[in-house]
Design a protein around this ligand. Structure first.
Ligand code: DGL
Length: 235
């Protein structure tokens, strides 16, 4: 079984595509919404959150853990964990960027992801030097709290007020595809995100299933209705 971890709803968007790309696999999604947003936390807090949740996935027999969270992938050195195969999403996301090397790339992410600079380093290593890295410290929370389209629009308008001449956008937070159309209205260009990436999993389940382990509430069911088009069951 493959564990999928995030602070919250962003991981569900990754999971939706994963389940379609790997229909024979079993997925267990368990976010840590009580500690969300991760993007404004200290490194030590993120280390502790990751360790605690790793124990959860190991106990349930996951052989693979997909960290569907750019913030954790920016902060934690996964090579120190050897008893479960951990899949990072940032390098793969950067490798999907296929625009002209002179393109002005707008990287949108949490404050922690921007602070860590991993996206920028990897983009620069691939020859992309014209990058604007913009932290959106409130956006994941607005999505977690099912904010209205108007509220999201007002926030984006404020945050984007000085950004011009963008050729491509990277959504460096897995929550942001939930408002991709709204971002596209500001920047009608090619948008890259951490969905539909290719993985090599150790798990080999043969009979696909998607299990969600998170508390059900009305807002969540509405979000699932809007954003998930795969069969799933609550654990
Ligand atoms: N979805 C996560 C990410 O990709 C975390 C967002 C948050 O909790 O701040 O960074």
């Amino acid at each position: 079984m493959i564990g999928v971890f995030d602070s919250g709803l962003g991981g569900l968007l990754v999971l939706n595509d994963l389940a379609k790309d790997y229909p024979e696999q079993q997925f267990l999604f368990h976010p840590d919404r009580k500690n969300a947003p991760f993007g404004n936390r200290l490194d030590d807090e993120l280390q502790a959150i990751f360790k605690e949740n790793l124990t959860y996935f190991k106990k349930r027999g996951c052989q693979d853990l997909l960290v569907a969270c750019n913030t954790l992938c920016s902060t934690i050195d996964f090579s120190t964990y050897t008893d479960i195969r951990i899949h990072d999403i940032i390098e793969k996301t950067v490798n999907t960027v296929d625009v002209d090397k002179r393109a002005h790339i707008l990287l949108l992410a949490t404050a922690k992801t921007i602070e860590k600079g991993r996206y920028e380093r990897l983009l620069k290593a691939r020859g992309y030097n014209n990058i604007t890295a913009l932290a959106l410290p409130l956006l994941a929370t607005l999505i977690e709290e099912y904010a209205s389209e108007e509220t999201v629009y007002d926030y984006l308008k404020l945050m984007f007020k000085d950004i011009k001449d963008v050729d491509a956008v990277i959504l460096g937070c897995t929550h942001y595809p939930a408002v991709k159309e709204q971002i596209k209205a500001f920047f009608p260009v090619k948008i890259f995100d951490s969905n539909n990436l290719q993985y090599s999993f150790l798990s080999n389940d043969k009979k696909g299933a998607v299990y969600l382990d998170l508390p059900k509430d009305e807002g969540l069911l509405h979000f699932l209705d809007h954003h998930l088009d795969i069969p799933y069951q609550f654990k």
